[in-house]
Design a protein around this ligand. Structure first.
Ligand code: ATP
Length: 232
């Protein structure tokens, strides 16, 4: 299998705080990886490096040439009177041309993204009145519009209840299989990491560990990540 991403000897830090030293890992095309670590260890910073918003201080980050990234943020609280429907929200970033209407192709892309995220029947619902799971799926649909082959889910399950987390991750797993999407899932939830992803990259201050999730030993994980202390 081809590597979608290779990170080689990456070092990065802010001011006097070094976040990673010699971080090296690969993501195979079609793999599902959890990025886990305690608050403040550098998960978001690594995502920003992968997205090109920050640059390595040493080492390198290389993607396969046709890599296309989709980014799914954690949903924010949205005013119940927020005036957009789920469908209008999904197509919000789509108008890349100067005309205030959507082309047939764009409308088809929106319909496909709504179908892939099982939102078709709910597309006219106001986003502000949608459930947490539906809001999160709307962000996912928005990210799928550009037909990415690499999806970063940034704490996308953090504010959802258990059933909705499972529903969202089942959907992500379906997309991973049907579209051969490579997935990087940022989370504090070890159980979800274990159940839904193949491998994990654990960041701890000054160290990292990349392993298959079936080899994860929860008891050896940093205390902040263990279920009893979970703060999501
Ligand atoms: N632009 C910045 N300038 C200076 N320090 C920063 C900047 N961005 C992040 N940091 C610091 O770098 C460290 C890592 O932050 P980061 O947001 O990557 O952590 P995280 O693992 O994503 O945390 P969380 O789980 O809480 O979201 C933190 O100590 C943070 O305060």
């Amino acid at each position: 299998m081809t590597d979608l991403l290779s990170v080689d000897h990456l070092s990065f830090g802010f001011h006097d705080r070094q976040l990673y030293q010699d971080l090296t890992f690969n993501l195979k095309q079609g793999s599902m990886t959890s990025l886990i670590g305690a608050n403040g260890v550098g998960k978001t910073t690594l995502i920003r490096l992968l997205m090109g918003q920050l640059h390595p201080q040493s080492g390198s980050i290389n993607f396969m040439p046709d890599m296309k990234l989709g980014y799914v943020p954690q949903f924010r609280n949205i005013d119940p009177e927020y005036p957009l429907s789920i469908k209008s929200f999904v197509q919000l970033n789509q108008l890349s041309h100067p005309f205030p209407w959507h082309t047939k192709k764009e409308r088809q892309q929106v319909d496909a993204a709504l179908a892939k995220t099982h939102l078709t029947a709910r597309q006219d619902q106001l986003l502000g009145r949608a459930s947490g799971g539906e809001k999160q799926k709307a962000y996912l649909a928005q990210a799928l519009l550009t037909e990415p082959n690499f999806l970063i889910l940034d704490e996308a399950t953090a504010s959802l209840d258990v059933n909705t987390k499972v529903e969202l991750m089942t959907l992500v797993q379906e997309l991973n299989q049907s579209l051969n999407l490579t997935v990087l899932f940022v989370t504090h939830d070890l159980a979800l990491a274990k159940d839904y992803t193949d491998q994990y990259l654990l960041l701890t201050p000054g160290h990292y560990e990349m392993r298959a999730t079936h080899d994860m030993n929860e008891a050896a994980m940093p205390k902040e990540l263990q279920p009893a202390q979970e703060v999501e």
